[in-house]
Ligand binder design. Structure first.
Ligand code: ATP
Ligand code: ATP
Ligand code: MG
Ligand code: MG
Length: 286
């Protein structure tokens, strides 16, 4: 912009660059998704396709922002972890937060019709926040906190909706029945009353979705092959040490990890799409 006497107003902008050498976590969460889920007739307690829409939007964000080393999604939220030394947008907080939040929202809307039967009744929106963690331990604890949250909520919701939809209890009666129960009680109730072993429920519902950048080798490709880079969805426990041993690239000096796929049948749908998608790389924001 040419110099003008108005230009001084630019000086009012604040420097919001994030301090160096910290994990940058951005978490987005759907606004009033309880109502959004009802309006769009989501299956209770878990609408699988609605979770796919979230995961596709999460993959879209990670395809654009190469410095995100891990995504974690559950319910109507997604967390994105940027590598500690990222220089994306000169680490300017507002830029990072608004780009991620708006790209997630637009990707969500764009992928909606591919997974959902019913059209969107209104524009969904997401809030976003940035949280900084100085140590690896803090970061692991953050992710463990989110995964523990999905465990607690999903176990409760699974029991609640079984009582309502199959035992004919009112919402209030179901709530009363579950009040004060521990995890073990709810597991027992599901098993005794409905013949359900909670641990056999789909892992995506129990563990959420972890997105990692991997070099994917398919059956028949040997170790020397470069494979294709993709964002791999996993539904594993990330609280225990095993996950971090299996995926050392996350906390280490970041290079995409390696994922060996056994055969075509083991390909999760969201990964299959990426591997068969030969579209030119999209124009990047940065
Ligand atoms: P806020 O605006 O404060 O975030 P909210 O209604 O979005 O309010 P959350 O705590 O974020 O509250 O909860 C999200 C709610 O969205 C869940 O409790 C559930 O009712 C619904 N929901 C989100 N995803 C799904 C899904 N895949 N299947 C079924 N219900 C879902
Ligand atoms: P940044 O990512 O830094 O914002 P940018 O390319 O978006 O980069 P801006 O300074 O925001 O840069 O400028 C927006 C540009 O978009 C304009 O210079 C113009 O080229 C184009 N543009 C925006 N709106 C219109 C429009 N209605 N008609 C034609 N061109 C437009
Ligand atoms: Mg919400
Ligand atoms: Mg939420």
């Amino acid at each position: 912009m040419a110099c003008s006497r108005y230009e001084y107003v630019k000086g009012y902008e604040q420097d919001d660059r994030i301090l160096p050498n910290v994990w940058i976590v951005i978490r987005i969460d759907g606004k009033k998704f309880h109502k959004f889920a009802n309006t769009h007739k989501f299956e209770k307690p878990n609408d699988e396709n609605a979770l796919h829409v979230m995961n596709v939007a999460g993959i879209g964000v990670m395809q654009e922002f190469r410095d995100i080393v891990l995504g974690y999604g559950q319910s109507d939220e997604y967390s994105f972890v940027f590598r500690k030394d990222t220089d994306a947008f000169k680490r300017r907080a507002a830029k990072l937060l608004t780009y991620v939040t708006s790209l997630f929202s637009t990707s969500y809307v764009m992928s909606w019709p591919k997974w959902m039967q019913q059209p969107l009744a209104y524009a969904p929106c997401f809030d976003g926040r940035i949280i900084l963690y100085p140590s690896d331990e803090n970061l692991r604890d953050y992710l463990s906190w989110r995964q523990a949250d999905v465990h607690v909520n999903n176990l409760y919701n699974t029991a609640f909706w079984k009582l309502v939809l199959e035992s004919g209890l009112s919402n209030q009666q179901a709530e009363q029945r579950l009040r004060g129960t521990l995890s073990a009680d709810k597991n027992e109730l599901l098993y005794q009353q409905f013949g359900i072993n909670y641990n056999n429920m789909p892992a995506m519902y129990r563990k959420g979705t972890i997105l990692l950048r991997k070099r994917v080798l398919q059956f028949g490709q040997d170790e020397q092959d470069k494979g294709r880079q993709a964002i791999v969805p996993l539904h594993e426990d990330l609280i225990g040490a095993e996950f971090w041993r299996k995926h050392p690239e996350i906390l280490g000096k970041y290079v995409p990890g390696k994922q060996q796929l056994l055969d075509e049948k083991s390909l999760p749908k969201l990964l299959e799409q990426q591997l068969t998608d030969h579209m030119e790389e999209k124009a990047r924001i940065s």
